[in-house]
Design a protein around this ligand. Structure first.
Ligand SMILES: Nc1ncnc2c1ncn2[C@@H]1O[C@H](COP(=O)(O)OP(=O)(O)OP(=O)(O)O)[C@@H](O)[C@H]1O
Ligand SMILES: Cc1ncc(C[n+]2csc(CCO)c2C)c(N)n1
Length: 263
């Protein structure tokens, strides 16, 4: 169950069960309904698991080099043919020519947007996913983005901005250490904690517009009708204290939680 209505505000449920081994995943949840976007940073430890269970895989420009160079080594399987992204999207200024040739020959669709220098490769990927997804599938589609955090700060800021630009989509930015997602103010939120793969450290705060009222349950330091903004109080180094965290706010918030040492 992903959606429910409480006092005229819909409840949006969240879970990181896509990080669980397949055996432990419940059927018919976002765990097995996600598109994977691979950015141009070292692949995370848990990449083989995400790759295997994704409905579709898109490499953002130089992300294709990472799959080419790192994926078969991670799997101890030198056969690159097993890891073919369905799409490679972007301005194509980072993908190496031999990588482009290889994936093209293996059937990947190469979507060359080199004429567009106004948006990032991640933005182009999300835009393309949105166009490809039929309306009735949109509410439950989840997009997992690897390599989104750590590295160059302008890239990180652009990646976080994509959460706001596409605030009606479920997008999760991932690194080896943590995940970030947007909790839109249009909903109440229930976050189901998968304690075998995530936590206990977490943070919740607005970027951009401040919040005059945020209320949470399930945290060690809960907020009660609290004001949060940069330059004043934001909730960082918090700890999850329950299997379920609830959040209500008058502003869009970022939710971030640490990831355990997964493989
Ligand atoms: N160091 C990094 N930190 C965070 N995200 C990154 C980093 N490097 C790349 N990315 C992400 O991967 C995507 C593809 O990377 P790529 O290197 O192909 O981009 P690019 O357009 O060549 O970037 P630029 O020209 O600014 O270096 C970027 O749009 C960005 O989202
Ligand atoms: C105000 C402004 N700042 C920076 C860029 C440059 N830029 C932003 S996204 C992108 C593509 C990267 O793959 C490039 C080159 C711009 N166009 N407009």
């Amino acid at each position: 169950m992903l959606w429910r209505t409480i006092r005229s505000m819909e409840v949006m449920a969240h879970s990181s069960n896509f990080l669980l081994p397949k055996l432990h995943q419940p059927a018919k949840t976002p765990a097995n309904n996600y598109t994977l976007v691979v950015l141009n940073q070292q692949l995370p430890r848990f990449m083989p698991r995400l790759w295997a269970q994704a409905k579709m895989r898109i490499c953002a420009d130089g992300g294709a080099n990472r799959v080419f160079d790192e994926m078969s080594q991670m799997k101890n399987d030198l056969d690159r043919n097993r890891y073919i992204p369905e799409i490679i999207e972007g301005d194509m200024d980072s993908i190496r020519p031999e990588v482009k040739r290889f994936y093209s020959s293996q059937g990947s669709k190469i979507s060359d947007k080199s004429h567009n220098q106004e948006t990032t490769d991640l933005h182009k990927c999300i835009s393309s996913i949105r166009h490809r997804t039929p309306d009735h599938e949109k509410p439950n589609l989840c997009v997992l983005v690897t390599g989104a955090l750590g590295g160059r700060f302008d890239h990180e800021a652009a990646n976080i901005n994509v959460l706001y630009v596409f605030s009606d989509m479920r997008i999760v930015l991932l690194s080896d250490d943590c995940l970030i997602q947007l909790l839109p103010k249009t909903h109440h939120h229930e976050i189901y904690i998968e304690s075998s793969v995530e936590g206990p450290h977490c943070g919740i705060f607005p970027i951009g517009a401040p919040s005059t009222s945020t209320t949470t349950t399930g945290l060690k330091w809960n907020l009660s009708d609290a004001e949060m903004r940069f330059g004043s109080m934001i909730s960082t180094s918090n700890i999850v204290d329950s299997d379920k965290v609830t959040v209500q706010s008058d502003a869009d918030l970022l939710w971030t939680i640490s990831l355990r040492n997964l493989t």
